[in-house]
Design a protein around this ligand. Sequence first.
Ligand SMILES: [Zn+2]
Length: 90
Amino acid sequence: MKCPHCDTKQAFSSIKKSLRKAQACEKCKEGYVLTLSVSRMFLLILPAAASLLVIRPVNLHWGISPLAFTALVSVLYIMSCLTLVKRALN
Ligand SMILES: [Zn+2]
């Protein structure tokens, strides 16, 4: 994911830490936090729900557990809604 200030790619470890506390970008030293984008959640709920409904029969055909597939889609959904936002450092 990229810094909301300067678009520099951020290290996964600092992104993970930004869940709890604002982290400083390595390049511009501005703070950011990881959060769920509400607008993206609204935007992606339809494709996520549709993929569950459409792919479910295919799933059963392949013998993949619908529960595992639902979990996978949910994880992908949450991950696509994650975004870095500007946040002042303490
Ligand atoms: Zn930056």
